[in-house]
Design a protein around this ligand. Sequence first.
Ligand code: AMP
Length: 409
Amino acid sequence: MAGKVQAPKGTFDVLPEGAGPRLRLQHAAEELLGRWGYDYVETPIFEDTELFARGVGETTDIVQKEMFTFDDQGGRSITLRPEGTAPVARAYIEHGMHKRPQPVKLWYWGPFFRYEAPQAGRYRQFNQVGVEAIGTASPSIDAEVIGLLADLLSGTRGLRLRISSIGTPETRREYSDELREHLRAHEDQLSDDVRARLDANPLRAFDSDHAGTQAVMRDAPRLLDRLGDEDEEHFAQVRALLDAMEIAYEVDGTLVRGLDYYTRTVFEFTSDALGAQSGVGGGGRYDLLIEQLGGPATPGIGWAAGIERILLASEAEDAGERLDVYVAHSDDPLTAIYVASRLHRRGKSAQLEHAGRSIKGQMKQADRLGARVVVIVEDGKLAVRNMATGEQQEARDRDDAIALAEAVA
Ligand code: AMP
C-alpha cells in the first residue's frame, strides 16, 4: 500500500486516554435504563437497504444522500445502518413482540453510519444510545422517554429541550399544501435546495440555514396551529406530564426532524456548548412505522442520542481510575505475578512490572499510575510501601505482603 495508513475520512479511534468517560457513560445508561425497565437489544450493523428506504422515508436526506449502500457477493443491496429505530421495529415485527405485554421497552448502544461532510461533532461512523417503547400511544410513555433522556443528559453543559407535535400524516399533508403555497409566493427568496424540494418535502425549509429562506419561514404558517383535536389533546397531556416531572422545555413549532416516520410528539435536546452541530439527542413518536414495515398497527416512541456529542458537551472531568497496588520486582516475576493475581482475586486492582526497569524506575511508574500501594520484591525480600505516607513495612512472606497491601489499598 502506498502512502500513510490512516483511518477512513469521518472515522476515529477511541484511544486509551479517551476511553474512561465513554465506558462510564455506557454503564450509567445501562443502569438508568434498567431501573426504568428497558431491556437491552442488539440488531445487525447492516440491514437490507429496503428497510431504511421504507422505514426512514425515500425523501429524507438520510436515504437520498447519506447511506453507505453496496451490493454483497450474492447481489443483495445492503446498507450500514444509519439509525436504530427501523431495525428495532423490524426486530419487533420479526420476533412477534406484539404478543408480549405492551409496551415493549428496549434500549440499544452501538455504531451508526452516515455519509455526511465530517466536522466537529459530525462523523461518518458515530455511536448512539437509544430507546424504543413500542405498543402504546399513552402520553405518559412520551413523558417517560423524554424524562429518561433528560436524566441521562443531566451532566451536559448548556442543555435545552424543545418539543412539538407534528400530528398525523393527513394534518401534515394539508399543512404541507398550505406551506407550499406560502413558499411559492416567496419563491425568489428561497435557497436552490429548498426550491428543488418544494414539491417533495416543503417542511424541510424549516431546517435551512439560508438567510432568505429563514426570513420566509418566519412568517410561515405553523403546523402546531393546525393539529386535529385528538393530537392537540395528546400534546397537552404530554406537556402536563413533563410539568409534573419538573422538566423544563420550550414548545417550538418549527421543530422538524429528518426522518419521515414521526407522528405527534417530537423533541430534541441541544447543547449550547457545542458548535454548529448542537443536537445531542432527539426522537419522537412513530405510530405508523410498524404497520408501514408490514407489522400489525402498533404505536411507538423513541429517541437516539449521540455518544460523541454527549462526551463533547459533558461537564465531568475525567478523574481516571486509580490503581490499588503496583508490584515492583527486581527479576522475580514468579513472586510478583503471584502477589498481583491474589490481589485481583480479592477484588483489588493490581499491575506488575513487565518492562525490566530499575526499582527506582518502577517506583516512578507506580507514581504515574497513581498507585496507592507498592509491593517491592527485591533480593528475596518483600516490602510494602504506602504511597500516600511514604511509610514502608517489611513483610514476612508473600501472603503477609498481600495482607499488608490489602489493608492499605
Ligand atoms: P438522529 O438519528 O438524526 O435523530 O440523531 C440523533 C443524535 O445522534 C443527534 O442528536 C446527534 O447527537 C447524533 N448524530 C447524528 N448524526 C451524527 C453524526 N453524523 N455524527 C455524530 N453524531 C451524530
